[in-house]
Design a binder for this molecule. Structure first.
Ligand SMILES: *[C@@H]1O[C@H](CO)[C@@H](O)[C@H](O)[C@H]1NC(C)=O
Ligand SMILES: *[C@@H]1O[C@H](CO)[C@@H](O)[C@H](O)[C@H]1NC(C)=O
Ligand SMILES: *[C@@H]1O[C@H](CO)[C@@H](O)[C@H](O)[C@H]1NC(C)=O
Ligand SMILES: *[C@@H]1O[C@H](CO)[C@@H](O)[C@H](O)[C@H]1NC(C)=O
Length: 273
């Protein structure tokens, strides 16, 4: 009897100890330089840490805002390469029910498998319907498919948990130039490039206040070169077609002001400011 009781106490301590040491992005810390995610200033009130899994492999990491139904940021390693764009959009099954599978899936497939409605799927995340009939805004990738290599990896970026309503002119204009031209220039000589792309929540919404329209979209990178570490950053207001080059320190200062919740740190201290 005593033995059983002791075992129970021991087991519950183990359980508590266990949940304390588990880091938020435990299964996907490899997408952050030195395994260090941004500090908690960017953390929303109702967050979800998503290790973005497609076809039984992890491809990037997302901190998701379940109230505003947009990502706070996605983090990935820059590896552009060939492959096709996805024809379908995915959602995150574990935001519907933690017992659902880890791989992202389509709304259609989840509706059939679990006999659930789009409303149930959309409880804590955006769904396709939210992005229909938009004027001047379209689906903006945080982790873009053009920075991925191979079909599966490109397709994994087509999850709505990686998407924000983005000014379509910006998305197809200077933001696209940044993703393609500037990133290719900046990463010359980089051995491995860690990228974080984020969205600052704004004051407007789409889809009957379901999904927030961010005020700003930003990107920061830290890379290893033969001569040391190198960083760069950009920010864009989400209502005009203009991307501004910044240092990492300048972006962190801007985000500190925009969030007003303390000093923002995006990368560990090895990434120069
Ligand atoms: C990638 O997807 C495209 C379009 O579905 C297909 O034609 C192509 O064969 C795929 N490539 C590989 C390597 O599987
Ligand atoms: C590039 O990174 C790989 C993996 O971290 C490492 O093995 C290699 O030595 C690095 N090469 C250079 C030139 O830094
Ligand atoms: C999007 O950007 C364009 C180009 O700067 C601007 O004319 C338009 O008003 C913007 N629309 C929205 C909804 O932000
Ligand atoms: C930002 O920097 C990149 C790389 O140096 C450069 O190609 C681009 O023209 C700059 N963009 C602006 C708006 O200054």
């Amino acid at each position: 009897m005593l033995w059983l009781l002791l075992l129970q106490v021991f087991a519950s301590c183990l359980w508590l100890g266990h949940s304390e040491v588990v880091t938020s992005f435990a299964s996907c810390s490899q997408f952050f330089h030195a395994g260090t995610p941004p500090n908690n200033v960017l953390e929303p009130q109702n967050p979800a840490w998503i290790c973005q899994r497609y076809s039984n492999a992890y491809h990037f990491a997302t901190l998701y805002n379940k109230d505003k139904r947009i990502p706070a940021y996605s983090a990935y390693i820059y590896q552009p390469g060939p492959g096709a764009r996805s024809k379908s959009w995915f959602v995150e099954p574990q935001l519907i029910n933690p017992t659902y599978p880890k791989n992202m899936d389509t709304e259609y497939s989840l509706q059939k498998k679990y006999k659930i409605t789009p409303q149930q799927i959309g409880q804590s995340q955006a769904i396709n319907q939210d992005y229909n009939n938009l004027k001047d805004l379209n689906r903006g990738h945080l982790s873009p498919s053009c920075h991925r290599n191979g079909n599966n990896s490109k397709w994994s970026t087509f999850t709505l948990t990686n998407i924000v309503p983005q000014n379509s002119t910006l998305n197809q204009g200077t933001w696209n130039d940044y993703e393609t031209t500037t990133m290719a220039l900046q990463t010359q000589g980089c051995n491995i490039t860690y990228v974080i792309v984020g969205a600052v929540p704004g004051n407007t919404y789409i889809s009957s206040r379901r999904v927030n329209v961010p005020s700003h979209i930003w990107s920061a990178a830290c890379c290893q070169t033969n001569t040391g570490m190198k960083t760069w950053a950009v920010i864009a207001e989400n209502n005009r077609d203009q991307v501004q080059n910044l240092t990492l320190a300048e972006l962190e200062t801007s985000l500190t002001q925009l969030y007003g919740k303390g000093k923002v740190s995006l990368f560990d201290s090895a990434c120069p400011r």
